[in-house]
Design a binder for this molecule. Sequence first.
Ligand SMILES: C[S@@+](CC[C@H](N)C(=O)[O-])C[C@H]1O[C@@H](n2cnc3c(N)ncnc32)[C@H](O)[C@@H]1O
Length: 319
Amino acid sequence: MTVCVRPLLVGTATHVPGLRNLTARRTGGTASARYCYSVWLRHLVMAHMHGIDTRFGTVAELGPGDSLGMGLAALLSGAERYDALDVARYAESAHNVAIFDALVTLFQSRAPIPGGDEFPLVMPLLPSYDFPHHILTDERLAAALDPQRLAMIRAALVTLDEPNAETSVIAYVAPWDDATAIEPASVDFIFSQAVLQYPPDLATTYRAMDRWLKPGGTMSHDIDFKCHGMTREWSGHWTCSDRVWSLVNGRRRDALNRAPHSTHIDLVHSLDYEIACDLRTEAPPAITRAQLAPRFRHLTDDDLTISSAFIQARKPLEI
Ligand SMILES: C[S@@+](CC[C@H](N)C(=O)[O-])C[C@H]1O[C@@H](n2cnc3c(N)ncnc32)[C@H](O)[C@@H]1O
């Protein structure tokens, strides 16, 4: 048994009435404008590197977490509209406005992309962290950062917490629970960072993203396959039986789905998408095949060493 004691205690505690909310009250990095700037520009630079036209109409994001900062960075790069979908409403208006103001300053000053010194765990790694002038030209940024446009986006953010708020530039749907959350074939680029390791029904999540993307649109995901400290070995979660895993997780909001790299690739292929990029991060194998729980015996040898991946894939154009 490789399960760590602390997560087991937390998982057990989630069964106590009132304690479930102790898990996933905060979600990660998007509380920082520099993190949002860094992550969005990594998705953008990688898309450009793989021949994807980055002049997006609508950008959608799964799991923005503590702020809408990454989508706001997309708007400040010239995207016309941003749709954010999360399972809970973590991002508050006042915080979004503060992040937006800080992002405007970063774009106006063409700040370099914060890299490994500042965010050592953030993927994907880039060949250069210089500001991407070749993508975000002065002409493109002059239009994106036009003062009237900035005022319009800021005003939309201020009202976003109001019940039934409707803005033409930002939609924040949280919780989202079915594919009707976004108009079909309305999105040019859908992205996520550290999110797709959570949805319990990945096939449904991929089908929803497929429904939202326009023909020729792109999905861009950074996915972490590690155990998040639940077991001693980074890949120890694949050794736990379903019974042990459900004990460790209890009623946590942020339970991992434990899907390995090959499951994501199979799902992308099942949609007939063209994989533009499958950038894998490897870690030394920490478990043997004999230790795999029965439902993970199908894992490939590659799965046992791929600890995270950055995947970009294009939806086919209609014939
Ligand atoms: C680790 S946090 C990452 C937040 C942010 N993307 C970042 O980079 O800091 C995971 C996020 O995914 C969200 N999430 C989990 N399952 C989801 C789903 N099925 N659809 C949308 N968001 C989901 C969580 O609510 C949370 O906001």
